[in-house]
Design a protein around this ligand. Structure first.
Ligand code: DC
Length: 231
């Protein structure tokens, strides 16, 4: 039987990875995994426990159980030790903490092992920073999403306003730039484009245009895999 494809989507923060990954998973009848949510859940746990030192963070990891659940309206939410923490993880503070703790080797190993398991049996559309380079170096399709920092900051700003927060645009832009720097310069699995990834710059695309591009790439890849299987 043909296994559904493994699709790796990497890219900078706030460039719409999760929106496109979710839509593509629907198109492909596949499972969507938001790995950023997993780093955010670990960050939330450590923040609540007031644990800040890397050695203590590593020790506490054994207490962290992350999963995904579906709400009655079909949305996917992350759970931390059984508690739905979807809204608590979507703040600037937790995003920054996630970026910080993601520099710790043991935190990455802890989450990467779980992510690899999630894609083992079934196909998956997974988004993050290291999916095409570390988690699934043999992914069937690798996409690297990007957009200009100002465009990403505006999108993030709009999202925060929609959530009832009161962000300052300049702060959001500074945060986007700082996060980019940290994510691309950390020693452990920095964000980088896999050699065989296809770059999609969505700065000037509407969500529909982008989805069309990405679905076409997926369909083409699926056809290739199918033809190889039936040769
Ligand atoms: O995609 P996001 O903004 O929800 O991710 C939050 C942070 O988690 C991001 O700044 C870096 C880290 N992260 C990572 O290091 N590796 C991943 N695969 C996903 C996220």
């Amino acid at each position: 039987m043909i296994k559904p494809l493994i699709v790796a989507i990497d890219g900078y923060s706030s460039c719409g990875k999760s929106t496109i990954a979710k839509a593509l998973a629907k198109h492909a009848c596949s499972t969507y995994v938001d790995t950023g949510a997993m780093y955010r859940a670990v960050a939330l746990f450590m923040t609540r426990q007031n644990v800040t030192q890397p050695e203590s963070i590593v020790k506490e990891l054994a207490q962290v159980h992350i999963d995904f659940t579906r709400t009655p309206d079909g949305a996917q939410h992350v759970t931390l030790n059984g508690e739905d923490v979807e809204s608590q993880i979507r703040t600037l503070e937790i995003g920054n903490r996630a970026s910080e703790i993601s520099q710790i080797k043991e935190v990455r190993a802890f989450l990467v092992a779980q992510q690899q398991k999630m894609g083992e049996q079934t196909g998956v559309v997974m988004d993050g920073r290291d999916i095409g380079t570390v988690v699934f170096p043999n992914a069937d399709l690798k996409l690297f999403l990007t957009a200009r920092p100002e465009v990403r900051a505006q999108r993030r700003f709009n999202e925060l306003v929609e959530k009832g927060q009161q962000p300052v645009y300049e702060e959001v832009l500074a945060d986007v730039n700082a996060r980019d720097y940290r994510d691309t310069h950390r020693a452990e699995s920095p964000l980088r484009q896999a050699e065989d990834a296809i770059v999609v710059d969505n700065s000037d695309m509407t969500p529909d245009e982008q989805l069309k591009v990405v679905c076409e790439l997926y369909d083409k890849k699926f056809q290739e895999v199918y033809d190889r299987y039936h040769r």
